[in-house]
Write a protein that binds this ligand. Structure first.
Ligand code: ACO
Length: 330
């Protein structure tokens, strides 16, 4: 940890992502579910969500394993050694253990020790929350080189008898290296939560007295989530743009949480953005919760679409209810 000038900004210097090798297309999933008497189809899933496939981690693979793979790619892209990190933040709702944090497990698996490491729990907004915390710590001088990861094994908390939720989610991880910089970087951030809506998207069970207490599987009121998501994503985008003194026209890339193509289309329409400016990867991995934004970001970077200097709006929304946005010059 070191003290740095108040004019320090934070900047993303490397991105990485990782999807576990087992890819399950809608048709394969529908056939598997049909064997349990659950009816769904590729057509229903594509029309309502835009999802075409998801990846599922092997039973012995945890969020920390996916996180480490994504982290290695991000560190390599940034040219930063794990030993140089002074902060590791993992956003996850599917930690390997109750404790210690997945961030401490990632630190151990990267073969380093000593730097701060902790998890952020804001469900699908987790990466935006983690990035905002890391940006604040860098600007305050508490850190200079941070690794921010979103990693999930949502397959562990899915109810495969509930077709209204199990077709929507998948496993994966994405990561960025965020470093102190004389120029921005991150331009503005904003986070929100509204605990009045805890019930519309939750995994209510917990571990108590040596066993699982309550229902440990994901529950969602899809339509309530949809309505809230569309409203808050528009509001927080406008608010972050105003803070940064920018307008919708300045956005080169919108990278929203990858949950549902229809939410992304409605958000883009409200912000008067062409869909060509929206990074969409939900078709390839479904909703990977906290991993979805860094997965989409890394895809845009590695495919060559997103270039250095582009202005990018990251937007998260999820259980809690939580939401937030980060506007940055890449
Ligand atoms: N296959 C076939 N039929 C299905 C399936 C399925 N997998 N799931 C539901 N249906 C049926 C329903 O039973 C219903 O049938 P009925 O009319 O006979 O009762 C019909 O399809 C319509 O169901 P709705 O729930 O009204 O479908 P809707 O158009 O609202 O789409 C969806 C559901 C996709 C969940 C939508 O509400 C949505 O996307 N919500 C937002 C969810 C989301 O994005 N969550 C994540 C954000 S936060 C986070 O990431 C954690």
């Amino acid at each position: 940890m070191s003290v740095i000038s108040s004019l320090t900004y934070s900047r993303i210097t490397g991105t990485g992502s990782y999807l576990p090798p087992k890819r399950v297309s809608n048709a394969e999933f529908a056939a598997e579910l049909a064997q349990q008497g659950i009816e769904t189809s590729d057509q229903w899933i594509v029309e309502r969500t835009g999802i075409r496939a998801r990846h599922f981690a092997a039973p012995e693979v945890g969020s920390s394993d996916l996180a480490v793979e994504a982290a290695r790619h991000a560190l390599e892209a940034a040219g930063v050694a794990a030993a140089q990190l002074d902060l590791i933040i993992v956003a996850t709702s599917t930690p390997d253990m109750v404790f210690p944090s997945t961030a401490c497990l990632v630190q151990q698996k990267l073969g380093v020790h000593g730097c701060a490491a902790f998890d952020v729990q804001a469900v699908c907004s987790g990466f935006v929350y983690g990035l905002t915390v890391a940006d604040s710590m860098i600007r305050s001088g508490a850190a200079r080189k941070a690794l921010v990861i979103g990693a999930e094994v949502f397959s562990r908390i899915l109810d495969f008898k509930d077709r209204t939720t199990c077709v929507l989610f998948g496993d994966g991880a994405g990561a960025v290296v965020l470093e102190a910089s004389d120029t921005p970087g991150v331009l503005a951030t904003e986070l929100h939560a509204d605990g009045r809506h805890v019930d519309i998207l939750c995994t209510p069970g917990t571990v108590a007295g040596g066993s699982v207490l309550g229902d440990p599987l994901l529950k969602m009121d899809g339509q309530a989530v949809f309505k809230l998501a569309v409203g808050v994503l528009e509001d927080v985008a406008r608010s972050v743009l105003a803070k940064a003194g920018r307008s919708e026209a300045d956005i080169d890339w919108l990278i929203p949480h990858q949950a549902n193509i229809r939410i992304m289309q409605m958000t883009a329409r409200k912000l008067k953005l062409d869909m060509d400016k929206v990074v969409v990867t939900v078709d390839q991995h479904g909703n990977t919760s906290a991993a979805s934004i860094p997965l989409a970001l890394d895809h845009a970077v590695r495919s060559g679409r997103l270039q250095r200097g582009d202005t990018v709006m990251l937007e998260g929304v999820g259980g809690g209810f939580t939401w937030g946005a980060v506007l940055l010059d890449f």
